[in-house]
Design a protein around this ligand. Structure first.
Ligand SMILES: N[C@@H](CCC(=O)N[C@@H](CS)C(=O)NCC(=O)O)C(=O)O
Length: 242
């Protein structure tokens, strides 16, 4: 049985703490964690496993919404990924979480919000599962291809308008790339067919050192969640789970 206690994987105490869930499955945790890494600041990482009897109680010790990620900075608690990003952007203005130019920044926030609020079919049909390879799975639900098309269009547009200075949506890696990193991992797990520019962006994301570090940690985690594994998701033969 999975060990149902939170795991603290750094020895840093007395500063920022980020509560997250399983690295293999938790896409929101990944977004918050990448934003935290982007600041360069040391932080304590508290990992709570999802879908064990103690999950809710363990998360509620830190996060009033019962969801992760949750950032704790002394007496300040910030939950909701976009709120965490904004807090970190204000606390670490030199870290470049958002693009410096106002128009680019507004665009980055718009597409980050679109990611936060949308792409429900993709998120439902292709749960993040970093260590698996499930080609052909996940395309069974209506609307998945439409989500993929919109994401490709978002990426192409941002890269074309703002990406000249580097390999990421606004050149250098920023918070908006943290928002889309789990999508790249889903596209890899489910071998989604992509156009040339989207495929190149996925490659660039997967090569980002902090993401590579997360992936390596995900692969050695002890926990398994059947609903997000092959038999629990929609396969090519039709929906096997709602
Ligand atoms: N809107 C939230 C979503 C957070 C969320 O759904 N987190 C999931 C993990 S990926 C969670 O905490 N689930 C708790 C549970 O399943 O018990 C955010 O932006 O941070």
């Amino acid at each position: 049985m999975a060990e149902a206690t939170e795991q603290t994987s750094t020895s840093f105490n007395g500063g920022l703490k980020l509560v997250i869930a399983n690295k293999n499955y938790s896409s929101w945790s990944l977004r918050g964690w990448l934003a935290m890494k982007l600041t360069g600041a040391p932080f304590e990482e508290i990992v709570v496993p999802l879908r064990v009897p103690e999950t809710r109680e363990l998360i509620m010790r830190h996060s009033p919404s019962g969801k992760v990620p949750c950032l704790i900075d002394g007496d300040v608690t910030v939950w909701e990924t976009l709120a965490i990003i904004e807090y970190l952007a204000e606390k670490f203005p030199a870290a470049g979480l958002w693009p410096s130019e106002a128009g680019a920044r507004a665009h980055a926030r718009a597409i980050s919000s679109e990611m936060h609020a949308g792409f429900m079919m993709l998120r439902k049909a292709m749960p993040m599962n970093i260590r698996e390879s499930l080609p052909g799975y996940g395309m069974a639900l209506d609307g998945v291809q439409g989500d993929i098309n919109r994401i490709e269009s978002i990426w192409r547009d941002a890269r074309g308008r703002y990406g000249a200075g580097g390999d990421y949506l606004f050149g250098a890696f920023s918070a908006v790339d943290a928002m889309f990193a789990p999508v790249a991992l889903r596209f890899k797990t489910y071998s989604v067919t992509l156009g040339e520019s989207a495929a190149a962006y996925v490659e660039a994301l997967l090569a980002y050192p902090a993401l590579a570090e997360w992936i390596a940690a995900a692969k050695v985690e002890p926990w398994m969640i059947p609903d997000y594994e092959k038999d629990g998701i929609n396969g090519p033969a039709g929906p096997s789970a709602s």
